[in-house]
Design a protein around this ligand. Structure first.
Ligand code: NAD
Length: 279
């Protein structure tokens, strides 16, 4: 038994994705979605132990709330204090965060390795933190984070300090997203431009953080975490300018594949699932 913990979860595609894989690999396993508010996170984790579940995925608002009830955290989960996968290793519960691995794996599938790369990361929320820690752990040379001076700013600033301690080899900096001159200068000297803000999804559909299309150049890799719509305005415009692009759906599937690998040691057929479930 495996499951998804969080709320709302009724519309999650995770049960279909994992159950499809269990079927495909002839595993006698089952995956269900459990609607759990943050205040019940401890009870849900206790249930994993009691029912000898193999593990669970964790979504909002429980990604942080489950942490006090786990036995161990992966380096990435520890640095950003967010867990999206719990693995039960003979009664010992280990918290992982596969969002960042999903991002870097999706890049690798598109022929790009983050090691040694300079990244401009737009946003500093949950998705951005997961990307920053994983890219830093995998040897990115530099990550320049651009965020609005909104409610996230203080948290981003503190979060970057933890990431810096976990991966001291990566040069991290924080900038104001509304400073267009600084943003342009950073994009000019980076290899990968990554949107991890909510811009591109409803209610910001048909909006992009990059309004001057001359900033895109063919050797720039442009990625988005937003997966609905599948192709955001930013990706569409970057692709038209000749950039290599990686979408949020690829990242979503790859983070699922990373969790499936932890649970089963097997490789999820990512492309098949993309066609079957999401198109
Ligand atoms: P969050 O609420 O933790 O962070 C939101 C970020 O967006 C913050 O940095 C905030 O400053 C920024 N932001 C919000 N409105 C903005 C605006 N108008 N202009 C500029 N910046 C703005 O959210 P999150 O959990 O990090 O999710 C962000 C996006 O990533 C969502 O679209 C989510 O669906 C997606 N996501 C995708 C994956 C995946 O696997 N592809 C995983 C996690 C999240």
């Amino acid at each position: 038994m495996l499951g998804l913990i969080g709320t709302p979860v009724a519309h999650s595609k995770s049960p279909a994705m994992y159950n499809y894989c269990f079927d495909k690999f002839d595993l006698n396993w089952a995956y269900l979605a459990f609607d759990v508010p943050a205040e019940d996170a401890g009870k849900a984790v206790a249930a994993i132990r009691t029912l000898h579940m193999r593990g669970a995925n964790v979504t909002m608002p429980c990604k942080n709330a489950v942490i006090p009830f786990l036995d161990e955290l992966s380096p990435a989960a520890k640095a950003i204090q967010a867990v999206n996968t719990i693995l039960n290793e003979n009664g010992r519960l280990i918290g992982h965060n596969t969002d960042g691995c999903g991002y870097t794996q999706n890049l690798r599938r598109n022929g790009v390795d983050v090691a040694g790369k300079k990244i401009v990361l737009l946003g500093g929320g949950g998705a951005a933190s997961a990307i920053a820690i994983q890219a830093a752990l995998e040897g990115a040379a530099e990550i320049a984070v651009f965020n609005l001076r909104d409610a996230f700013w203080e948290r981003v600033s503190n979060g970057l300090k933890s990431i810096s301690q976990a991966a001291p080899g990566c040069k991290l900096s924080l900038h104001d997203l509304s400073d267009r001159n600084e943003l342009k200068a950073a994009i000019d000297r980076c290899d990968i431009l990554s949107n991890a803000t909510r811009v591109g999804m409803a209610p910001y559909e048909e909006q992009s953080n990059i309004t001057d299309l001359s900033w895109f150049r063919p050797d720039l890799v442009v990625t988005d975490v937003v997966y609905s719509p599948e192709e955001t305005k930013m990706l569409r415009e970057a692709k038209a300018a000749g950039c290599r692009t990686c979408d949020g759906l690829g990242m979503l599937l790859c983070q699922g594949a990373a969790a499936f690998r932890l649970y089963s040691g097997l490789e999820m057929p990512v492309e098949q699932i993309r066609q079957l479930l999401y198109r």
